[in-house]
Ligand binder design. Sequence first.
Ligand SMILES: Cc1cc2nc3c(=O)[nH]c(=O)nc-3n(C[C@H](O)[C@H](O)[C@H](O)COP(=O)(O)OP(=O)(O)OC[C@H]3O[C@@H](n4cnc5c(N)ncnc54)[C@H](O)[C@@H]3O)c2cc1C
Length: 562
Amino acid sequence: MPAHDVLIIGAGLAGQRAALAAAEVGATVAIMSKVHPVRSHSNAAAGGINAALNPDDSWESHAFDTVKGSDYLGDQDAIEIMCREAPGEVLWLEHRGVTFHRNLEGKLGTRAFGGASAARTYYVADITGQALLHVLYEQLMKFHALIDRYEEWFVTALVQDDDGQCTGAVARNIRDGSMELFGAKATIQASGGAGQCFKPTTNALICTGDGIAQSFRIGAPLMDMEMIQYHPTTLAGNGILITEGARGEGAHLYNAEGERFMEKYAPNKMELASRDVVSRSEQTEINEGRGFPDGTVALDITKVPRKRTLEALREIVNIGRDFAGVDITREPIHIRPGCHYIMGGVKTDVWGATSIPGLYAAGEVACVSVHGGNRLGANSLLDTLIFGRRSGEHAAQRAAGMSAPRASRAALADERRMIAGIIGREGGGRRISAIKDELGTMMNEKCAVFRTAQGLAEAHETIRRLKEEASVAAIDDRGSVFNQDVLAALELEYMLDVAECIVVGAIERKESRGAQFRLDFPERNDDEWLKHITLSVNGADAPQISYTPVTMTQWEPQERTY
Ligand SMILES: Cc1cc2nc3c(=O)[nH]c(=O)nc-3n(C[C@H](O)[C@H](O)[C@H](O)COP(=O)(O)OP(=O)(O)OC[C@H]3O[C@@H](n4cnc5c(N)ncnc54)[C@H](O)[C@@H]3O)c2cc1C
């Protein structure tokens, strides 16, 4: 049995940063990913990473923008930590070789992003995530003596001992189907988000909420699950993202009547209001008949000088051409709000620790909560790195003070049996892809920008039925080499667990705050709902609901206008 001080599930930015932090203090590390690490979804991040690094900016201003952006649901102690530590983290990355954009004076240059009172987004053209991920991966290789990489291994379950401590995980080697128990003194979930619960989404096919569901199943509470971010600029049909960097560089939004409609909704910040505000404004225009027949509004990037677009937004030039047949340097492109990010996740403290001893979570899988009701653009890369590093440090510290826990081989036998059960399914069930399509399309109808009690209740009912169908879904591939059918069956069950938690949270929150807009409760209600909704496993029934207070340090809730 492979045993390490720290086991990290996920090799995106959060996982890789955690691995480096743990190895830097001498811990032995296993980092595991179901795809090659540089194919992790962090690779898709485009626009940049926030930090108050300019002398005329301040961490307090960054923190206040984040608190306001979160619609006052973010925990202010965690937000303070993230914003204070941001400048050091960006410099750390630069010193390791990230080629951040430099301005004409040769200094690190910034671009504006939504909901921010200063231009504080550092970027590498519109491939920031890719640039960061490759530099971190080089560092992982440099630390090869301490960090073992398990690439194309799929974790199927977390393992606990009799005292409830997390003692590692069971994983399947995707290449040959063998199963292995990995023992660890500390385990970090860094397995990313769950955008695939919705269709369409900006998220990669691998974002199926595995870590959220696995942690929930062993008793780790989830928090803020109802808060799903719809990004204002995604392509109709396929959901591909047009980065907020476009609006940061000066692109405008127009309805089909040629009106720059953000003047009505956010006269001060216009297109650079918070994402929840811009998405709701677009959807209102579309719903009230001022959109285009394809259910979109127009993003006009021709407002940005062509040379600048070709230099700083070159990926979306390619996306416009290849996926919409539009030259964005010469004509507007049709966009609409699309599922993009999950603010909720596994509840952690500011060191990434969950309520299960030995289990940590960092990155999109986690909820610290720094994003509360709505994440500001370019704050997620920051979240992955700051809390990835902190969880790596804390997990290494825990490991240094303890002997290896006894890992239960019974868990390995259970997981082998569970996989054999999937492979041995009789034919006749619905196809996994059909169940997944129904889930995603339904979530995008009933749990999107605008929500109602009736729509959410219908969503819950559908999820319950889909769970039953998923448990007997048809399998074609019964082999062991790269068996994607088995993995898809597992991912579908994770997505259904996550979707149920999203819907249960959205039903429970009877107000409108951040990304949750209830047509039947259209106002924010601080008296009753300035609190986190926390969900825990509850046998076979729906998740059990409890509440966690929001941590306030220096910013009292105010009316939120842009
Ligand atoms: C198109 C797009 C653009 C974005 N642009 C920006 C931006 O400009 N700025 C910003 O701040 N944010 C941006 N975001 C958000 C940001 O990219 C993500 O929130 C962030 O990268 C998530 O990183 P992560 O490390 O938590 O997870 P990921 O990068 O998703 O990594 C998850 C890892 O977990 C592994 N994994 C998952 N399940 C399993 C399993 N069962 N077994 C083994 N391994 C598993 C995966 O293989 C992967 O290695 C963007 C998001 C999208 C969709």
